[in-house]
Design a protein around this ligand. Structure first.
Ligand code: DHK
Length: 149
């Protein structure tokens, strides 16, 4: 069975490519989804890519992942810094969780330095641009292969 990875994206990431490109770069979310699909394919992973501006939708996808996915890659965007509910949902998921931030949140405003999601994440990627997503998939493939051994 091909392991499935949910790649989840939080608020405002639908504007990627046009939103503050000096911080988030010029790639669109569709570009990121396409890169994830190619990388997942080469790694032997299936991928389901979602974005929502609504906290509840992200939580519902995390719940769905409990039975439908083996790992989660998540850029919670601003919910990183605010959402105990998203942390609680991720704590109910058993597989690897990799947290991705396009920008280096530690180089930015102090309110971005705290992440609730980091309390659950198995790994964190920040400041590597949209490349962080495909690097996260590589790490997921490694962790799943290790767990299967
Ligand atoms: C994206 C956002 O929208 C911000 O709210 C986070 C994150 C950082 C990113 O770098 O991908 O603070």
């Amino acid at each position: 069975m091909t392991p499935c990875v949910f790649v989840l994206n939080g608020p405002n990431l639908n504007l990627l490519g046009t939103r503050q490109p000096h911080i988030y770069g010029s790639a669109t979310l569709a570009d990121v989804a396409a890169a994830c699909a190619v990388t997942a394919d080469t790694l032997g992973l299936g991928v389901r890519f979602h974005q929502s501006n609504h906290e509840a939708a992200l939580i519902d996808w995390v719940h769905e992942a409990r039975t439908a996915a083996q790992a989660i890659v998540i850029n919670p965007a601003a919910y990183t810094h605010t959402s105990v509910a998203l942390l609680d949902a991720l704590n109910a998921f058993e597989g690897p969780v990799i947290e991705v931030h396009i920008s280096n949140i530690h180089k930015r405003e102090s309110f971005r330095h705290q992440s609730y999601v980091s309390l659950r994440a198995d790994g964190i990627i920040a400041g590597l641009g949209t490349q962080g997503y495909t690097l996260a998939l590589q790490r997921v493939a490694h962790l799943l292969a290790e767990a299967a051994r």
